[in-house]
Design a protein around this ligand. Sequence first.
Ligand code: MG
Length: 170
Amino acid sequence: MLDKKIVDLINSQINKEFYSSFLYMDMANFYTDESLNGFANWFNIQTQEEYAHAMLFIQYLQLNGEKVVLEAIAKPTGAYKNHKAPLTEAYEHELFVTKSINDIYAVAFELKDFKTMQFLDWFVKEQAEEEQNVDELCKRYDLFGADARALYMLDQELGARVYSPPSLVV
Ligand code: MG
């Protein structure tokens, strides 16, 4: 059994992870429409990762005999004013998700729920990586995005990314 506060927060986190998956799919679709298929590939892989995060939180609740409550997923804005905009928005979104996971961690700490803290450790590390990856992509876009040939090469590079499932086993 988990404390109700933790169950509610994890159920809310499940929705945020599915929203992240949905948001990154929207961004992938934007890049597909713009013929930047490498950027689209990068975001389609983010979509898969976020879906996997949601599934890990679902498994954690279920392994603890708790009920999963799925809520409606919000609609992404779909309005990106230029090729850089999704990158900046993705970075800001990751900061939001990090704060959300830290907030669950703080409650688990307060409740001396060491099991949940240990489970969340992987996500704390994962969020640091997510922030770093998208921040690096923003910086590289700033360096190369304005030059058509450099943008083409960056797009090729992002097109080579392959999905690898999360290392966490619940
Ligand atoms: Mg996530």
